[in-house]
Write a protein that binds this ligand. Structure first.
Ligand code: COA
Length: 159
């Protein structure tokens, strides 16, 4: 049986923190679907195609699939035949937020469980928003995102 996990988020853009979670998810699951949320409360800097492209570049391996989704995450996960939602937690605040989502998602579909992985210390302070803020003001972000994404971020803010 192929064990599939869905790792959902905005990924605006993908960071080394996300890459850490996906890489470790691959040790637990046969396949990780990295699902970019379409319809959430954020106004992304990068288009969906750009965000999907970044994921495909970081994980050319067939065990990672980049996709988009709209609507409820548990419904999408069930459609994809996933047994788990994969999430990364960076600290206690993430854990309390995740607990709410875990309980709600379990009420919605008890067959899709959530697996939480704790971020490594060197990625636990990274967020996509912070990386964008540093890039916007010309700071060095090369330690937080893949090289190509750092280049694209610089380009966006030069436009
Ligand atoms: N390393 C680095 N950054 C991390 C991280 C990690 N391990 N884990 C989380 N982050 C960052 C993300 O980049 C994001 O940064 P940003 O706010 O600057 O963009 C932030 O932490 C929050 O991440 P996350 O909790 O994954 O939020 P999100 O907005 O990216 O995605 C969804 C949230 C899409 C998963 C959630 O809203 C959802 O499931 N929506 C579908 C609708 C639904 O089913 N709702 C009911 C849920 S109970």
């Amino acid at each position: 049986m192929t064990r599939v996990a869905v790792y959902a988020g905005t990924f605006d853009p993908l960071t080394n923190g996300h890459i850490d979670i996906i890489t470790r998810g691959l040790a637990l699951f046969d396949k990780v679907i990295v699902a970019c949320a379409i319809n959430i409360r954020k106004t992304p800097l990068f288009t969906l195609d750009e965000r999907i492209g970044f994921i495909n570049e970081a994980f050319p391996d067939g065990r990672v699939e980049a996709d988009t989704f709209d609507g409820l995450l548990v419904e999408y996960a069930a459609e994809k035949g996933a047994c788990a939602i994969l999430r990364g937690v960076r600290g206690p605040e993430d854990v309390s937020y995740e607990m709410q989502m875990i309980h709600m998602n379990r009420e919605l579909n008890p067959n899709v469980d959530t697996v939480l992985l704790t971020a490594t210390p060197d990625t636990s302070f990274i967020s996509s928003s912070l990386v964008k803020e540093v890039a916007r003001f010309g700071g060095d972000i090369t330690a937080f995102v893949p090289k190509q994404i750092a280049v694209e971020l610089q380009r966006k803010f030069e436009e």
